[in-house]
Ligand binder design. Structure first.
Ligand code: TRP
Length: 348
């Protein structure tokens, strides 16, 4: 993405952020996650907190458990039902309120997926191949570039536009997808008449919580603290995280990634400052730091884990939440598809 496009995106994002508290009713948020595992602290501080905030501000909110996106770069849907179920539990435990926010799946909303056909006609092969995120994901997966991976940004346009979403909280790496969605909306409206908004990517100032080794927190790196982990599992994971041989604790991301990741984790979960915590632990070394972080994370997550346990005991309720979400998403998708058919003259 060119720096001009980035600056334009940033400007739009800032404008919307200023307007949101004044006119929350103007906005529909759509966002989602791939159900490939449990949500972890990276998701929590990176996006979940922001979603709960928007929901509680009165913004119309929809959250997609993006099940078809799981097979963009893997060969199996193993554990998918369990992952979806637990993702709904994670959302609710973190404060997503199903009375206010529709939680739904790709695979349960046919009319959403049908938008893919007209939308694919609005993009060219070279535009698809240019998307930097798609390229990076394909390389990381070690897989051949599947048709679904190549076109999933278009599918994301379907996700956003089926409910006329006009804000999408995103990290920088998702901006090219938002740009592609805007282009699809614009081209559709130009060809067939105005149906869709041009959504804005809300750049979250997401504090990026590093994984326990200082790299990005990701389940596949084994450096992630899942919201659903037990306090003992959390302690174990923190205990075996890599620090360094220097005893005195200092905050130095560049040269001491392990120690600094622990300090950032402690800072986010206590609301304190990294440097202050480092000074306090000082000469007591990384063992003491790890005990401090373990205590901080477990106390922070205690209420979430408590709600999680209550929800886990009510699997029927969780299924109901998803069924109701899917029912409502279908209503919205059917209405949008009817408009699309009308605009395209396909009413027979
Ligand atoms: N790509 C997102 C992820 O990797 C999930 C997702 C699917 C999404 N459709 C979306 C996010 C639409 C924002 C908008 O988790």
């Amino acid at each position: 993405m060119s720096s001009d496009t980035f600056l334009a995106s940033k400007r739009m994002s800032d404008e919307v952020k200023a307007d949101l508290p004044l006119h929350p009713e103007k906005y529909t948020m759509l966002t989602g996650d791939r159900p490939t595992g449990r949500l972890h602290l990276g998701h929590y501080f990176g996006t979940i907190i922001e979603r709960v905030k928007l929901q509680n501000l009165g913004v119309t909110s929809r959250i997609l458990v993006a099940d078809y996106q799981v097979i963009t770069d893997r060969d199996s849907t193993e554990h998918i039902a369990d992952n979806v179920h637990n993702m709904v539990i994670d959302y609710l435990a973190c404060g997503i309120d199903p009375e206010k926010t529709i939680i739904f799946n790709h695979s349960a909303v046919p009319a959403l997926n049908q938008l893919m056909l007209p939308f694919l006609s609005l993009v060219t092969e070279s535009e698809l191949l240019r998307n930097p995120t798609v390229k990076a994901e394909q390389e990381a997966s070690g897989h051949a570039l599947t048709g679904l991976l190549l076109t999933y940004p278009v599918h994301q346009a379907c996700d956003i536009l089926f409910c006329k979403g006009n804000i999408v909280p995103v990290g920088k790496d998702q901006l090219p997808h938002i740009e592609q969605t805007r282009q699809i909306a614009r081209r559709f409206n130009e060809r067939y008449g105005r149906v869709f908004p041009e959504p804005v990517g809300l750049l979250t100032e997401a504090v990026e919580i590093p994984g326990l080794d200082g790299r990005k927190m990701s389940k596949s790196y084994g450096n992630a603290i899942a919201l659903s982990a037990t306090p003992e599992e959390t302690a174990k994971l923190i205990k075996k995280s890599k620090t360094d041989s220097e005893r005195f604790i200092t905050f130095d991301k560049e040269n001491r990634p392990g120690v600094s990741a622990l300090l950032t984790t402690a800072a986010l979960t206590t609301g304190r400052d990294e440097v202050e915590i480092a000074a306090e632990v000082g000469n007591e070394g990384s063992g003491a730091l790890k005990r401090y972080v373990t205590e901080a994370v477990n106390s922070y997550l205690a209420p979430i884990r408590e709600r999680r346990a209550e929800l886990e005991a009510r699997p029927e309720y969780i299924r109901e939440v998803l069924h109701e979400g899917n029912r409502r998403a279908n209503e919205i998708a059917d209405a949008t598809l009817a408009e699309v058919r009308e605009a395209m003259g396909m009413v027979y």
